[in-house]
Each structure stands twice: as C-alpha cells, then as structure tokens.
Design a protein around this ligand. Structure first.
Ligand code: CU
Length: 174
C-alpha cells in the first residue's frame, strides 16, 4: 500500500519533468500525505492535474506588448503572455519543425468574447475532436494562424498535443 503511493508520486514528478517548466510549482506539494490517508479504501485521492496552472503566478505581471507569438520546438508560445489593444490581430507563427495548435480554453476567455482556435473551430470540444480526427487545426512548420481580438479581458489558450508539456499562453486585451 505504502509502496503504491510512493510510485504514484514518482510518476507525477517524472511527468512534470517532461514539461521542464512547471517544476517549481510541484515540488512544494504534499510530502506529508504518506502518513495518514488511504486507509479509507476506494480512491478519489484526486491528483487535480490542472492545479499546476495556478502556480505559474509570480510572473503574472510580465506582459509583453506584442502581436506576434512564436510556436517553437521547445514546446512554448513565445512570448507566453502578450498584451494587445482591442481590435488587434495576433499572429502565431510556427517557427520550428513540430506542428502545434492554438486553442482557446472555452472557460478562460472573457464573457461574450468570440471563441478562437486554429482550424476555425467554434468551441473547445470541437477543436479537440477535430484534432483527434486527423489533426484538424494543426499549424505545421512555417505556417501561421491569426485571430483578431475585439473583446477586452484575458484569454488563455493552449496547444492540444503539447498541453501536457505546459504549452499554454495568454493574451490580455486592453
Ligand atoms: Cu505544440
């Protein structure tokens, strides 16, 4: 039993290491959980995998005024956080050799804002399905995708195949 929880921790850590970026947030987490819990049989010891996103604070004040974002072979959007004025068109360029998507989190765009995703999908699920079905929305090497932002607020988006590697970005429209 004890053994099992150790293994689970290890797996999570090695998963984070692939991302390479989000490590700092994970290392402070629950060393203490190995004593008490898990006598209570049936699971639901949730790992809450999305929790790591919250920990990328600290750099939250660093917004770069830019309207071009590069998608790189390091599995990043660069700059990760951009600021533009309403009505601006943002261009994402794939400057590497690996394909990427630009896919908005439907729940993390301002109220009333238009959904956006490479491939022209009108919702996040459609974008995921489209990618799963023949890589719809993939932006290959050398290609780009653009979107015009009309509604002010902060948008968060990700790359479908590399979300697990921490490939997410933000656009703040002011
Ligand atoms: Cu990607």
């Amino acid at each position: 039993m004890r053994d099992e929880s150790t293994r689970r921790t290890f797996l999570r850590y090695s998963g984070a290491a692939v991302g390479g970026v989000a490590l700092a947030g994970c290392s402070t987490e629950t060393k203490s959980s190995d004593s008490s819990d898990s006598t209570d049989s049936g699971g639901s010891s949730d790992e809450t995998p999305t929790e790591t996103e919250a920990s990328d604070g600290g750099s939250d004040s660093e917004w770069t005024e830019a309207s071009t974002v590069e998608m790189t072979d390091q599995l990043t959007f660069a700059p990760k956080k951009i600021q533009v004025s309403a009505g601006s068109t943002v261009t994402w360029k794939n400057t590497g050799s690996i394909g990427h998507t630009v896919t908005a989190y439907e729940d993390e765009i301002p109220d009333g804002a238009a959904y956006f995703a490479s491939g022209g999908f009108d919702g996040e699920q459609a974008a995921k399905d489209g990618y799963g079905d023949g890589q719809g929305g993939n932006v290959p090497a050398g290609e780009s995708y653009e979107h015009t932002f009309e509604t002010k607020g902060t948008y968060k988006y990700y790359c479908i195949p590399h979300e697990m590697n921490g490939m997410v970005g933000y656009v703040k429209v002011v």
